[in-house]
Write a protein that binds this ligand. Sequence first.
Ligand code: NAD
Ligand code: IPM
Ligand code: MN
Length: 358
Amino acid sequence: MKKRIAVLPGDGIGPEVIKGALQVLDGVATRFGHEFETIEQVFGGAAIDQEGNPLPDSTLKTCNDSDAVLLGAVGGPKWDQGKVRPEQGLLALRKAMNVFANVRPVHVYPGLEHLSPLKSNKVKGADFVFVRELTGGIYFSEPKERNEKRAVDTMSYTREEITRIVEKAYELASSRRRKVTSVDKANVLETSKLWREVVEDVAKKYPNIETEHLLVDYAAMRMISNPTSFDVVVTENMFGDILSDEASVLTGSLGMMPSASLSENGPGLYEPIHGSAPDIAGSGKANPIGMILSVAMMLRHSFQLEKEAEAVELAVFETLQAGYRTGDIYGGSGTLVSTKEMVNQIHFRMLEDSTSAT
Ligand code: NAD
Ligand code: IPM
Ligand code: MN
């Protein structure tokens, strides 16, 4: 089975972690006898430099014509003051691909609780998933404008936009621990009042699933104080952005978290949740795990290659268990390694597992 994958390295540590992801993907191809055709395209700040546009037409076309898209990260100080920013390219890509459902798993590996700066007994067993609305809300709603005296952003949601993301959350909860936590600010925002109403409607179709509503401020606190109380967390675009970076601390680092952005039936977009990390770009310090686990999500969600996805996840787990650490998760013990060495260790275990299994 030949799969076509658009690859957008982007900026900062994006190209460094993408390189690692492709090495691991190559390991999957070797071990399981698949063929993956990867087509690299310029995107983000790199595309602004080359073409004056963070999302060139040719890049978007390749993405739309592919079975899946792998994306590193975009942005950096170089483009912060420019007329057009790399981040606009990312938002335009998500919108154009209609990937409204951003799935961000938060998984604390058993025995690796100490990677988190939080108390191990608190984070132990935490295993939940964000279902973040990705193509609406305050990121996209009009009017959005600015003059000398005033700036305006608008948060708007239609019933239809909320229904489709909430349905995704309930579907996911059906195959997990059957609990949906909907996060909103219904004590203040009209969009949140509608959001809550829609959740209540959808919940009626899933009588076996427990539903709870949390206000976002309290949700932020409980995510740290009682993270095992969550299973599926569904929320709007900006709340999901903020809460998922916060939740990454449970896993040890922002560099650990993958994501899948899914549409109704087009190609999926797979990217770590972190950014371009300008402070460590080019120094070999980037943690490639969020990116590599995004490859696993691609194998699972876009290609239905469950065994292959699990093999990647197992190789990551075993590498961590063996004590290999990039700087962001190095607490003073274990073996401190570069991005490249971390990738090599994961790649090696991917292949080694296959020989030990036969
Ligand atoms: P960031 O996620 O790039 O970095 C935040 C902190 O986490 C930094 O200290 C960084 O070194 C660390 N970090 C992030 N990923 C890491 C990894 N894989 N390994 C080790 N450490 C890691 O967020 P920021 O600094 O606020 O933003 C930098 C740029 O990235 C901005 O231009 C922002 O818009 C952009 N950004 C892009 C994306 C994306 O492309 N999806 C996501 C978030 C931010
Ligand atoms: C993310 C990022 C993006 C977002 C930015 C870079 C536009 O923070 O993917 O989490 O806010 O969605
Ligand atoms: Mn973010």
